[in-house]
Write a protein that binds this ligand. Structure first.
Ligand code: XMP
Length: 518
């Protein structure tokens, strides 16, 4: 089996740990983030990293019982890079001293580091005499550990960059992974080069390895895969098909809450281009029937989620020898579920997925994307030959139009919404804006307003246009359309869509809003 070189990031709870992983993946280095609690001596020996990074974190190493890596990390003989809290941990563990925050030594925000010696880690740095970095620390190192030397200083951090070259241990007080350390990526590049990484994490390699792993996991059993038409489930299905061919059956459930022509597009994309066994189930009457009279967002979500599982199970039961369920779980979902704080504490919305199904049906999970970020899934999709028009599609939520129709859902409203959404997306494409926007859609509002068209009075629905930019859907900002675009779009919707006589534009960011209306 192909095996890539692996780097381990031990997470001490920094908000930006994921960015370290991003920087490394951009260098074609494979890495995994694990919360410090999980990284035991045995874990470390088993993981066999070629290098380790200690992340930043909110705690103070001066506090008794504060997070630590296993001490065997220091004797594995592999390079270590400590960042912020990670630097302080390293200093403390190896015989230096850290002092708790005092206002004159704390540093938050932009700072400048100047060189204090030559270090291969810093190659390509300090060409202009100093480097801008992002600091965020209350505590500071007051004595460096034996064996370490200072290679960079800032006004608030005399030990901003230290290293023990003989052991390949590096420790920096600032955060090289963030945007505000403009040339921070160079430090990661130098670190992985010093650690002997060859950049073997490519999509072609990943595809091959994933296929081998799927085959080894599944054997000759059958796998079922729920298709939503989104990028993640499509890439999962195609990868599985490449790995196990006839042993895969996909199930596409049309819950009657899809956009105009969507079910046909998804089914024909799979039927015409791939020889994948596909069950396309029209269950719209069931879902819309159950949603009649329901206007509470959580009740809608739960109703849809439960029915989805029932329906999926009904079709899955017809598949002989089904032992596995494939899911397009991505890396951010995996991190969230084992996060430092123990996962999200507040349920804002009950997200729709096929969770609960594997236990209920006694199925085992196949999750071939669980090591990937969204843009890596898109790259894998390209590698697998999925058309760009499909790969670049905006995300679409599992509960579909139900959560874009606040209040009671009726077939009439869904019909109006589909038409308005089609015009809006057409406008966005015509103006060449589709790829600049993370997600755009129309929500039909539970309110009718008075208008005048021709010489007559109208009393029709109002709708809201939504368009946001985002990197991961966790935070978002509204898209700054020009007034000309908004005016033209509103006119088209009102003229072309019977049932809408007023158009508004939603300019709420997330937080405090969410992307969807429900
Ligand atoms: P919110 O509305 O929470 O949405 O800001 C963030 C992103 O998640 C999508 N979304 C969902 N996706 N099942 C999904 O598969 C869901 O239940 C769900 N709810 C929201 C939303 O479209 C946006 O991209």
């Amino acid at each position: 089996m192909t095996q890539h070189q692996r780097l381990l990031i031990i997470d001490f709870g920094s908000q930006v740990t994921q960015l370290i992983a991003r920087r490394l993946r951009e260098l074609n280095v494979y890495c995994e983030i694990h919360p410090y609690q999980n990284v035991t001596d045995a874990f470390l020996a088993d993981f066999a990293p070629q290098a380790i990074i200690f992340s930043g974190g909110p705690d103070s190493v001066t506090r008794e019982g504060s997070p630590r890596p296993p001490q065997s990390a220091y004797t594995l003989g592999v390079p270590i890079l400590g960042i912020c809290y990670g630097q302080q941990v390293m200093m403390q563990d190896l015989g230096g001293r850290v002092e708790a925050g005092q206002s004159h030594t704390a540093e938050f925000g932009r700072a400048y580091v100047t060189p204090a010696g030559h270090l291969p880690l810093l190659e390509g740095w300090f060409d202009e005499g100093r480097e801008q970095v992002w600091m965020s620390h209350g505590d500071h190192v007051s004595k460096i550990a034996p064996g370490f030397e200072v290679y960079g200083t800032s006004p608030g951090a005399p030990f901003a960059i230290t290293a023990d070259v003989s052991r390949n241990f590096y420790a920096v007080q600032f955060h090289p992974e963030v945007h505000h350390t403009p040339r921070g990526a160079k430090l990661y590049e130098n670190f992985v080069r010093l650690a002997g990484f060859t950049g073997d994490w490519t999509m072609a390699g990943y595809r091959q390895q994933a296929i081998e792993q799927i085959r080894a996991q599944v054997g000759d059993a059958h796998v079922i895969c729920g298709l939503s038409g989104g990028v993640d489930s499509s890439v999962t299905a195609i990868l599985l098909h490449e790995a196990i061919g006839e042993q895969l059956t996909c199930v596409f459930v049309d819950h009657g809450l899809l956009r105009l022509g969507e079910a046909e597009q998804v089914v024909s994309m799979f039927r015409d281009n791939y020889n994948i066994k596909l069950i396309a189930a029209d269950e719209s009457d069931l879902f819309l029937g159950a949603l009649e009279g329901v206007s509470d967002p959580e009740v809608k979500r739960k109703t849809i989620g439960k029915l989805f599982i029932d329906v999926f199970q009904k079709y899955a039961n017809e598949i002989e020898n089904a032992e596995f369920l494939a899911q397009g779980t991505l890396y951010p979902d995996v991190i969230e579920s084992v996060s430092f704080s123990g996962g999200p504490s507040v349920t804002i919305k009950s997200h729709h997925n096929v969770g609960g199904l594997p236990e209920k049906m006694g199925l085992k999970l196949v999750e071939p994307l669980r090591e990937l970020f969204k843009d890596e899934v898109r790259a894998l999709g390209r590698e697998l030959g999925l058309p760009q028009s499909f790969i670049g599609r905006h995300p679409f939520p599992g509960p579909g139009l139900a959560i874009r129709c606040p209040g009671e859902i009726t077939r009439e409203k869904l019909e109006i919404l589909r038409k308005a959404d089609t015009v809006y997306i057409d406008q966005i494409r015509k103006h060449g804006l589709y790829d600049d926007i993370w997600q755009a859609f129309v929500a039909i509002l539970p309110v009718r307003t008075v208008g005048v068209m021709g010489d007559g009075r109208t009393y029709d629905y109002a709708c809201a246009l939504r368009a946001v930019t985002s990197v991961d859907g966790m935070t978002a900002d509204y898209y700054p359309f020009s007034h000309d675009f908004l005016g033209e779009t509103a006119t088209r919707i009102i003229n072309e869509v019977k049932g809408i006589n007023r158009v508004t534009y939603d300019i709420t960011s997330k937080p405090p809003g969410t992307i969807e209306w429900e």
